[in-house]
Each structure stands twice: as C-alpha cells, then as structure tokens.
Design a protein around this ligand. Sequence first.
Ligand SMILES: Cc1ncc(COP(=O)(O)O)c(C=O)c1O
Length: 357
Amino acid sequence: MKKVYNFNAGPCVLPQAAIDATIEALKDFKGTGIPVISVSHRTKEWDAVMDECRSLWRELLNIPDTHEVIFLGGGASLQFLYVAMNLLEKKAAYLETGVWAKKALKEAKGLGDAYAIASSADKTYSYIPKGYEIPSDLDYFHITTNNTIYGTEIKYDMDCPVNLVADMSSDIMSRPVDVSKYALIYGGAQKNVGPAGVAFAIIRKDVLGKVSRYIPTMLDYRTHIDGLSMFNTPPVFAIFIMNETLKWLKGLGGIEAVHKLNEEKARVLYEEIDRNSLFVGTAAKEDRSIMNVCFVMAPGKESLQDEFFAFAKERGMVGIKGHRSVGGFRASLYNACPVEAVNALVACMQEFEKLHK
Ligand SMILES: Cc1ncc(COP(=O)(O)O)c(C=O)c1O
C-alpha cells in the first residue's frame, strides 16, 4: 500500500492496532465463529465489549461516580438537541466559537431561551472570546472546547458558576480533563476515539429530570443510562472499534502520555509555520489548538496554494485542505496521528520553501 500521512479532520487516522484487531474480529468475533458485524448485541460476548468500553472510558478520563458514560447514535449533531431537551428549562448561554457552536445554539433556541454570551464571528472565529461574565441564573453554559474548523481550543477546565456543558468532539481524550467540573461532556467519536457512527455523553446524573417538558424516549438521557446504552440496538461495529482504540490508548500510557505527544506534534508544526516565510497560522497564538492546525499562504504568496497542495499530495500528505468555509490548510493531529507524519509535513513545507526562495 502507498505510504500516506493522514491529516483528515474526521473521520481520520485510527491506531493500526485497532484496525488490525477489527480485521480479526471481522473474521471471527471472540471465537464465536461469526464476524463482529453479525453478532447479536444480546450476548455475553457483546456484553463484555460494552463493559470493557465503559470501564476504559471511566479509567482513562478518571470519570467520578457522580457521572455516567453512554454511547449513542446520531453523532454530535444530535447531541446538540439532546442537551437542550434534557437540560434547558429557563435559560442557557452558549459561547459562539464557530459553526458547530452555532448549530448547537440553534437547537437550544428551538426549545427555549438560549443566546450567545460572546462570539468570535467578527474575526472568522480565529480566537476564543474572553472577558464575558457567566450569569448565575442559567440552566447551563455551553462551550465547544476544540473548534475543529478554525483551529482554536479551550485547553483548560474552566470554573463555571452554573452547569458546564462541553462539546469535546475533537479534543476528547487528547488531554487530561477534570470531569467533575462538567455537568455534561459529549461528542462524536470519529476524531480521537473511534470511527463515525457512535457518539458519547458523560453526564452528571443529578442534572437530569429537572425540566418540565415531555422528553421523547429516545432523546431522554435517562433511557440510555438505564439501558446501559442498549435500550435499542447500539452501533455495534463502531463501539467495537472505539473499544479497540481505547485499549491502544491505555497501552500507550493513557491520556497523560498521549497529551505529551500531542503537545509535541503541535509544537513542531506551529514552529515551522511561524518560521517558514511561505505560511502563516490563522488562529490567535494563545488559543491555538493542538488538534487542528490551521494555516494559509503568507501574504503575497497566495498564488502558490494549489501548487503546495499538489506538492504535498505527491509526498503522501492526505487531508490537509482547510474546511470549505475557511479555505487554506488544516492538519489534524489527533491521538493516532504519528509524530512521523508531522515530521513529513514539516519536511515538505521546508522543501517547498527552498523551491520558492
Ligand atoms: C466540534 C464539533 N462538534 C460537532 C461536530 C458534528 O459532529 P457529527 O458529524 O458527529 O454530528 C463536529 C464535526 O466535525 C465537530 O468538529
């Protein structure tokens, strides 16, 4: 197979160990003689996968007993609705740090009083708004910790006077998180923890059951907590691969270990962007994401963009095109992206600079 370096923003690179284990399970799932995609979810073999997966989530993120972790279909986008459906009674505020945050807010507005407390739309979401005050009469305050499209990230667990809700789709398990500071953390798995097809939610149990609206059964978090994520047929295949991805992460040394690697990968690439005369970063330096590194051609060098895409493609770089709404380049450095890939991209940028000096 051709050597490629996968910088896709999600679905994206997954650990080879998880892929190899999946290939084996497609031949024979745990000695059952049937492929994992044909297994009944009402079997002891499948129960063992669910139990292991839940335990790995708890162990890797150090999830306290106050919180449950569940796995759901519908992606992070359906979680936008779940959040408001389950938590919004009087009022909620959202930090508008990008298109995903806006989409989350839209769902809340459809159900009640929800508003953007601050926004960075004025500069194409290239920074994280600061200096806003969170009122104490909110049902919850919603943040998007990593803004996949713009390469900005809230890299700390903020103190919040009300229930803090976080979309961590694109930075979950990339850094240690103090789960106790959040009422709810959710996201799609398809960046750091698995393939597309499964979403996760980590919920502090005491925040549920407080709203007066009727919650449809499938949109009620309690249904899935009570049903151990198997109220209805779970996305078996995606959960299997997620479990293998978490086993790999644990083997690597867990989240502290991967966080160090992630920081190093991001440091190396940002350093090159800042040094190289042909490129400039687009995110405010203090808010730079360690997951999605966004950059463009330097002023006056814009005409070289297509040439660089072709040049990089020839050298095996895949998925470095920026999101269609912002253009430029984006290299996603999720957990399973090896240091070797970042080094290859940096070498490619240096070679390209030499050609155009
Ligand atoms: C931060 C963030 N939130 C939400 C989403 C939407 O996820 P999904 O496609 O699983 O609905 C994405 C997708 O890339 C994302 O990056």
